[in-house]
Structures are given as structure tokens and as C-alpha cells.
Design a protein. Structure first.
Lengths: 278, 159
């Protein structure tokens, strides 16, 4: 039994969960998949006074389409669903393609997309994918709700725009524009490891079939997912090499990661452009 | 009940248990220490090694990354629940014995539980699919080849 003592609250409703969080603020943590939180608690890196378990709230586990063909994914939707759900595969193929790279099957059976985003690990695949897709995030609290653009959500390592009383309740991904293709690529030392570098790419072609806009978001390239936009694939790769500030450790030097990021950016954009033309 | 404890009703290998547990009790520790089912092994205790993998409502999860309190209302299966009778092995267990799919055996319970769910979904897996399905379970003895062979053998025999 490794974690420090805490108070366990099994949520009875979303209102109950939000009220408990409003009362306790940063002393309480929401428990969704727990695949990052529980290891941190086992190491006693995290010692929350209260855990508010969202798992009883089964109606937060959904994938559905909303206005304009946007895809909406709830607070308890697991990685395994992202990997397998037909709606995700057709409406957000980038997220679908990124999912098998996230840890291992047992972890994906428990981990949730919203929990992953709220954890804001710069090495994680999903924040980059949601940024590349131009998603937005719905934060709920006892005070009400607000939508946060993904570009404004990630603030640093394990840091987001969520207030202490807010729950990340839903992710919304807009329908892909016409003539748009996406691609996710990463290089990891072993299957299921965090990527040395990962790239989520979207490309939209003009009516002439040439690249109109290209956007990439990278994981493990700095303290936050890095987003680069350009209208030329080589320029995007060069911009990535020039701007990222990747970590350096026993797994890879920063110089190697920078090189890798450029190569993966070029490849991912090329594949996304080819898919856009189909 | 003090508020750092929780009430838990769960079914493990078909037997119903009601317990009062500390909230911080990990599910793996509950299974081993409270229930005495020591077939579930605890390796890294932070979700990397896969030795503690069990089935929660039929789905393989790391029991070191769940609290016992979260298993309230769930049906759990551990390695003790695999064999159909005390004197018989499950086809996976037989295949692991026949194909030398274990050496020290520490990782084996987690692998068996992972593969039970995997073969239930995919009765005719390719070697690549088997290796991907095994990716969340570390074995430091075998080099995996005999484990892959054992899973193939189990799949053949149960098809």
C-alpha cells in the first residue's frame, strides 16, 4: 500500500463531483483513468487530500457528433474507445492513428482522453493531436462552463488553463475541412514508450490541388506541445527544426531529437497531403 | 466509517466479497493481502511491468493502478480463476507448459490474463498481433519467443 492517505469520494452525479471540487480546490483531484495519477501517488509525488472518482458517472463515456459534424468526446471516454470507435476513425482519423502509440493495451483500457489532456504531459501524443485538429475543451465547474481553445489550454509541463474548481468535461474536434488529410508519426525506443519525438500533421489542399495550409503539433519537443503552421512543407520542417527546444537525456540528445522532428514533420506532412488528395 | 475508508462489494472468480478497506488500498494489494489470492504478482507498482494484470469486467487492467474501492460492483478475474477445475489447466496454461512459455514464472499470471482477453477477441492472431498484445507485459527471462509460441499454440488448440 504505497499512496499516502486520502479521502475517497465516489461521484454520484456530475454536480456532486463539481461541488466536492469547488469545496476542496487544489487539495482534491478528479480520478478518471488514473493511469498517470495513481503512479504519481504510488511514488508519493502526488498526495491529494481527496480523490473524486468520476468512474461511476458512466454517461460521461461517449463519442458523438454535434453541430457541423464536430466530434464530441466525454470525460470518461477511454483510449481504447479512441483506438476502436468507428466515429473517431471517420471524423478524427488523426486521433485514431495516434491512439495505438499511447502506452500499452492495459493502460489504454483505463486511461481517458480528457484525463490525458488535463494531465498535460508534453511527451504525450493526444495534446499534440488535439492541437493539430484545432480542438476546443469544455471546462465545467459549479460556477458554470466555458470553452477553452486547445491553443490556450496547455500552459507548461503538467500545467493547464483549468481553474482549481474546474473539470475538463468534454473535447470537441471540428469536422475536417474539404481536401484535408492528417497523419500521426512518432519514433520511440520501444513500442508503447513515450516518443523521442512525435508529430501530428494536418494539410489542406486548395482547389488547384496545391498545399494551402499545413499545420503540425509536436510532442516531446519542449515544455508544451509545439505548433507550427506554414504553407510549404519544407518550410514547415525547417521552422520546426529552428523553433523547438526538445529535452536531452539518456534516450536521445536534443540535437538528434531536433533532426528527427524535422524528418518526421516532412514525412507526416507529405503523407497528410497525399491523403488530402484522395 | 471514517472518510479515508470505503465500503466495497466485489465478485472475484465468482465469489462475492464484502469488505471495508482503506481508500488508499491498491486493488493488487487487496487481492493479495485481504483475499489471499497471491497468484496476482506485484512487480513495479507503477504500471510498467504488467505482472499485476487482472480482468475487471472482462477487460485487462493493471491492478496496481486501481484502488480497491474502485472495484465496487465489478466482477474480477485473477489467474486463480483461469483453470476450469483444481486438477485441470486452462488451455493457455497448458500451452505455456508445453511450449516452455515461462522460466521463473513471475510475469506469467499477468501475461495469462492479458492473453485470455486477447484470444477471446482475436481467435486467429498473427505473430505481429501477439507481440503487440504482449507489449505491456515485461518478461526478463525468456526473450519472449517461447511466450509467443505458447500463445500461438493456445490459439490453435482453442480455435
Amino acid at each position: 500500500m504505497k499512496p499516502a492517505r486520502f479521502r475517497y469520494v465516489a461521484a454520484e452525479s456530475i454536480e456532486h463531483a463539481l461541488a466536492a471540487k469547488a469545496e476542496q480546490g487544489d487539495d482534491a483531484k478528479f480520478l478518471a483513468g488514473g493511469q498517470s495519477l495513481v503512479p504519481a501517488m504510488n511514488f508519493r509525488l502526488a498526495q491529494p487530500a481527496t480523490l473524486i472518482d468520476l468512474n461511476p458517472l458512466r454517461d460521461l463515456d461517449y463519442v458523438r457528433t454535434g453541430a457541423g459534424g464536430a466530434l464530441r468526446i466525454g470525460a470518461l471516454t477511454r483510449h481504447r474507445t479512441i483506438e476502436r470507435d468507428a466515429l473517431v476513425a471517420t471524423h478524427a482519423p488523426l486521433l485514431h492513428e495516434a491512439a495505438p502509440h499511447v502506452a500499452h493495451p492495459q493502460i489504454r483500457n483505463r486511461g481517458t482522453l480528457c484525463g490525458n489532456l488535463a494531465h498535460a504531459d508534453p511527451a504525450s501524443e493526444f495534446p499534440a493531436a488535439v492541437l493539430a485538429l484545432g480542438g476546443r475543451l469544455r471546462a465545467r465547474s459549479r460556477r458554470g462552463e466555458r470553452w477553452i481553445d486547445a491553443r490556450d489550454f496547455f500552459r507548461g509541463v503538467f500545467t493547464t488553463a483549468l481553474a482549481p474548481d474546474e473539470l475538463l468535461a468534454e473535447v470537441e474536434l471540428p469536422a475536417l475541412a474539404a481536401r484535408t488529410g492528417t497523419c500521426f508519426l512518432e519514433v520511440a525506443r520501444r513500442r508503447g514508450d513515450y516518443a523521442l519525438v512525435g508529430v501530428a500533421a494536418t494539410v489542406t489542399l486548395g482547389a488547384d490541388g496545391k498545399v494551402a495550409t499545413a499545420r503540425v503539433a509536436l510532442c516531446n519537443a519542449g515544455a508544451m506541445p509545439v505548433v507550427v503552421a506554414a504553407s510549404d512543407l519544407d518550410a514547415a520542417a525547417e521552422e520546426v527544426r529552428r523553433t523547438i527546444d526538445p529535452p536531452e537525456n539518456v534516450h536521445a540528445t536534443a540535437a538528434f531529437r531536433r533532426h528527427l522532428a524535422g524528418v518526421l514533420t516532412r514525412r507526416a506532412l507529405q503523407t497528410a497531403a497525399e491523403r488530402a488528395g484522395r | 466509517m471514517s472518510d479515508d475508508r470505503a465500503r466495497l462489494t466485489t465478485t472475484v472468480n465468482g465469489t462475492r466479497y464484502e469488505r471495508d478497506v482503506e481508500a488508499r488500498m491498491l486493488l493488487a494489494d487487496f487481492i493479495r493481502h485481504d483475499l489471499g489470492l497471491t497468484g496476482t504478482h506485484v512487480g513495479c507498482e507503477h504500471g510498467v511491468c504488467g505482472a499485476c494484470t487482472i480482468l475487471v469486467d472482462g477487460v485487462p487492467v493493471r491492478s496496481c493502478l486501481m484502488f480497491a474501492a474502485q472495484a465496487n460492483g465489478c466482477a474480477l478475474t485473477t489467474v486463480e480463476g483461469l483453470a476450469p477445475a483444481p486438477d485441470r489447466l486452462h488451455p493457455l496454461q497448458e500451452a505455456f507448459r508445453d511450449a516452455h512459455g515461462l522460466q521463473c514464472g513471475f510475469c506469467t499470471p499477468g501475461i495469462l490474463m492479458t492473453m485470455k482477453a486477447f484470444l477471446a477477441e482475436n481467435a486467429n492472431p498473427s505473430e505481429a498481433e501477439i507481440r503487440e498484445a504482449l507489449s505491456g507485459n515485461l518478461c526478463r527471462c525468456t526473450g519472449y519467443q517461447h511466450i509467443v509460441d505458447a500463445v500461438k499454440l493456445a490459439a490453435e488448440r482453442t480455435r
